[in-house]
Design a protein around this ligand. Structure first.
Ligand SMILES: C[S@@+](CC[C@H](N)C(=O)[O-])C[C@H]1O[C@@H](n2cnc3c(N)ncnc32)[C@H](O)[C@@H]1O
Length: 215
C-alpha cells in the first residue's frame, strides 16, 4: 500500500479552532482512548489490534515518529487508530469535547530533570484540569515514568487534588500492569537501571464538584 494513502487515512489534519468529532472520524461511537506522546507507536499498534472495539488517538509532536507509526499500521488491521502531529498542552480542552474520553495514556513524558525546567513538565495542575474536563466519569488517566523525581512530582500533584484517586498502592506502581504492552522506552530505561513506575488514576469527580484549594 502506498505510504501517502496510509498517511491520508491515519493522520488527522486538524484545522485551527476545529473541535474533533470522533464519531464522524471513526464512523462509530466506540470508547476513545488518547495516547499523548505516542512515540514510535508500538502501543497504538498492539492495543488497536487486541481491542477492536476501542478507538485510539495517538498524539505526537515529532513528525518523524508519526511517520514511524504510520509505517507500522495497516488500514485493515488497525482501522481504529488515528494520529495527530501536535504539541499537547492544557489547550487540548479546546479541541476535544468534554467528557468524551474513556482513557488517557501518557507513558514516559519528558522528565525535564533540571529544577529551572520543571515548569516545562507536562504534568501541572492546569494540564490535569484539562484532562479531567475531557475524561468521562470514572475514566482512567494512566501515567508512567522512569524518572524518580518526576514520579514523586506526579504523586504530589495528585495528592493535592480530590478529583482523581490512585489505583496503585504502596510500591505496586513498580509492577508492570497485566494489560501493559512493553514499549521501546520501557525496555531501554529498564536496561539502564531505571524501571518504570506506573501511576494510574481514576477520575472520581468532575471539575465542578471539586473542592478547589490552591490548585
Ligand atoms: C520518552 S518518549 C515516550 C514514547 C512512548 N510514550 C513510549 O512509552 O515508548 C516521549 C514522547 O513524547 C513526545 N512528546 C513530548 N512532549 C509532547 C507534547 N507536549 N505533545 C506531544 N508529544 C510530546 C516526544 O516527542 C516523544 O516521542
Amino acid at each position: 500500500m502506498e505510504i501517502n494513502e496510509k498517511i491520508e487515512y491515519f493522520v488527522i489534519e486538524k484545522k485551527d479552532n476545529e473541535v474533533l468529532n470522533f464519531e464522524k472520524i471513526f464512523n462509530n461511537n466506540n470508547p476513545i482512548h488518547i495516547e499523548i506522546g505516542s512515540g514510535k507507536g508500538e502501543l497504538l499498534q498492539l492495543q488497536s489490534f487486541f481491542h477492536k472495539n476501542i478507538n485510539y488517538i495517538g498524539v505526537e509532536v515529532k513528525s518523524k515518529r508519526i511517520m514511524n507509526t504510520v509505517k507500522k499500521l495497516d488500514i485493515k488491521i488497525n482501522k481504529n487508530v488515528r494520529l495527530l502531529n501536535l504539541f499537547i498542552d492544557e489547550n487540548i480542552n479546546k479541541w476535544v469535547k468534554p467528557q468524551t474520553i474513556s482513557e488517557i495514556i501518557i507513558f514516559h513524558p519528558d522528565p525535564w530533570p533540571k529544577r529551572k525546567h520543571h515548569s516545562r513538565r507536562l504534568i501541572q495542575h492546569d494540564f490535569i484540569n484539562s484532562l479531567s474536563y475531557l475524561l468521562k466519569d470514572n475514566g482512567f488517566l494512566k501515567l508512567s515514568t522512569d524518572h524518580t523525581d518526576y514520579a514523586n512530582w506526579i504523586i504530589k500533584h495528585f495528592q493535592e487534588r480530590d478529583d482523581f484517586e490512585p489505583i496503585f498502592e504502596n510500591d505496586s506502581q513498580y509492577i508492570f500492569p497485566e494489560d501493559h504492552f512493553t514499549t521501546y522506552f520501557d525496555e531501554l530505561k529498564e536496561s539502564e537501571g531505571f524501571p518504570p513506575q506506573f501511576l494510574y488514576y481514576r477520575k472520581i469527580k468532575s471539575l465542578s464538584e471539586r473542592k478547589v484549594a490552591n490548585v
